[in-house]
Design a binder for this molecule. Sequence first.
Ligand code: S5P
Length: 273
Amino acid sequence: MFRRTYGQRATKHGNPAARLLLDTMERKKSNLAVSVDVIKSKDFLAIVDAVGPFVCLIKTHIDIIEDFGPPLIDELQALSSKHDFVIFEDRKFADIGNTVALQYSSGVHKIASWSHITNAHPVPGPSIITGLSSVGLPLGRGLLLLAEMSTKGSLATGSYTKDAVRMARAHRDFVIGFIAQRRMDGIGAYENDFTEDEDFLVLTPGVGLDTKGDSMGQQYRTPREIVFGSGCDVIIVGRGVYGKDYHLTEKIAEQAKRYREEGWAAYLERTIA
Ligand code: S5P
């Protein structure tokens, strides 16, 4: 999987959300996802519109938007069509199957109705996948498991990470990959390397070109370290793109372009190496 192109992987993948993401990456020549963690709808939409041309995916934390209303989702979907990107609500579900099914389908945000991809902590065990897939699978959605985290002192290591991989392998129709810091197959890291038809995407946060972290435990690596060095597929960048100047859309677009170029060069290096 390491050397295969995103386009080649798209044709073979069984899950529609994974195919959409891989196709989008190939079409737009971008493995950049921007995480838009701002609290006002207006800022959120301005950033999405500015970075839209350069990303394969927009990651949301919809519950931090102070003035949320259903029209925001319509506008996000319109921007997704305009700029051709996939939507990933970073909800990090972590409860029993019945509860996560309700949180995913209902409430104010109705995540399953608009988000192509969402994610979950494996901590409750396989029942969290059963619960979420009862809602998401009929809609053609995909799920990522948090197998590792970017933060200092993360507990998601060792056997926890391995068990996350085992859970994913048992639910390949719905689990399309991982939030992790490295690719989860090959290099003898696990008892069994993945078979030809097991293609898990690895989306990786903790990306920064100018700093090594923040004051709250976040740790950053460069796009090259992540995509070429660790074999991950998508770089997720938040503050590295919109920083403190999120009213300056030109500057934001410039940064998005910069991360996109770095991420794509690392991917080319990996596929032709
Ligand atoms: O391990 C993780 C998993 C996630 S999804 N570490 C992370 O930082 N994230 C998310 O990625 C986090 O919730 C935030 O939305 C984004 C990183 O933002 P940045 O501003 O530090 O780039």
